[in-house]
Design a protein around this ligand. Structure first.
Ligand code: ADP
Ligand code: MG
Length: 311
């Protein structure tokens, strides 16, 4: 594998950088979400983030929450006869608080976590066709039981999983709070898990919905809203790759938005994993962002690392 490389730093001093942390920053290498595995992963991730902050960048962090929400859903189910189950959006809010707290402890720099809501459209077509799998695999009999309670379930290779809508993030409603905290010198953690999805009712009030917003797409919206010039998507692979998993994988280094869009349209980036990251960097740059990078967590402060797109 040979990647194109170029000189230059991930960001200039003082630039506002949004870093979206993937699952590998919050769970063990095998995806396990035991408290110790989460602590270890976050501590390792925060060493990288600290390097960016100490180099003089203003950092905004966001993060995924899949395994953590999966655990809460399972607890809901197992304890349903004793403790009333809580809605999915409540689970999302809980994970923002918990992961946010661990990040604050591990970062060791002035920081704040903002419980963040993401506005979605109640008429988003995703609600009519829920495809985002959440939680663990179950047997068909269990899936059918939950379907009777109004949930959507689908058969996958390894068994049945609940699926929910993954609507488009329209607006990060609490971005102004994040911006104010940044202006006051705090590193901010916001829109964890894509943000708690809410819809606006006719009377203007906001209510949570049973949905999951993609964390990379939400990161692109948050980045613009807080005025970040750079979007860094930190994951478990060093680059986006053409021919991923095939005989002739070609890692992508510096690339124009136009070229990346062509590769994306040709289906080189898997839906639900690399696809939304590529989509997020394209949207960010199209909306006026200066530079976007997809790379592994260890390389977020490295010059010339990763797949890099410039406006
Ligand atoms: P995260 O938790 O960081 O969001 P994901 O698992 O959602 O991570 O996405 C990263 C994964 O995307 C990689 O581990 C890799 O298996 C997968 N992937 C799919 N298509 C590609 C591709 N074209 N290039 C690189 N990685 C890809
Ligand atoms: Mg992902």
């Amino acid at each position: 594998m040979n990647a194109l490389s170029s000189v230059g730093s991930v960001a200039r001093v003082g630039e506002r950088v949004l870093v979206a942390l993937g699952g590998n920053a919050m769970t063990g290498p095998d995806g396990s979400a035991s408290p110790q595995a989460q602590l270890n992963a976050i501590e390792a991730a925060m060493r990288q983030v600290r390097a960016l902050i100490d180099a003089g960048h203003q950092v905004v962090l966001t993060h995924g929450n899949g395994p953590q929400v999966g655990n809460l859903l399972l607890k809901n189910q197992l304890a349903a006869a004793v403790v009333p189950p809580v809605p999915l959006d409540w689970c999302g809010a809980q994970t923002q608080a918990t992961i946010g707290t661990l990040i604050l402890n591990a970062l060791g720099r002035p920081a704040a976590t903002v419980v963040t809501r993401t506005l979605v459209d109640a008429g988003d077509p995703a609600f009519a066709d829920p495809v985002k799998p959440i939680g663990r695999y179950f047997t068909e009999a269990e899936a059918r039981r939950f379907e009777k309670l109004g949930q959507s379930w689908r058969r996958f290779e390894r068994g049945w999983r609940r699926v929910v809508a993954s609507p488009e993030p329209l607006e990060i409603l609490d971005a102004p709070a994040a911006t104010a905290l940044m202006a006051a010198g705090f590193t901010v953690v916001a829109a964890g898990g894509g943000g708690v999805p809410v819809v606006r009712q006719r009377d203007g009030s906001l209510t949570g919905v049973e949905a999951v917003v993609d964390k990379d797409l939400a990161a692109a919206v948050l980045a613009r809203a807080v005025g970040a010039r750079i979007l860094v998507i930190a994951t478990d692979v060093p680059q986006a790759v053409v021919g991923y998993g095939g005989r002739d994988p070609r890692p992508i280094g510096q690339i124009s938005a136009g070229e990346l869009r062509v590769l994306h349209a040709a289906g080189h980036f898997a839906g639900g994993s690399m696809g939304p990251k590529v989509e997020a960097v394209l949207r960010f740059v199209a909306a006026g962002g200066e530079r976007a990078v997809i790379t592994s967590l260890e390389h977020i402060a490295d010059p010339g690392a990763g797949t890099r797109v410039e406006r």
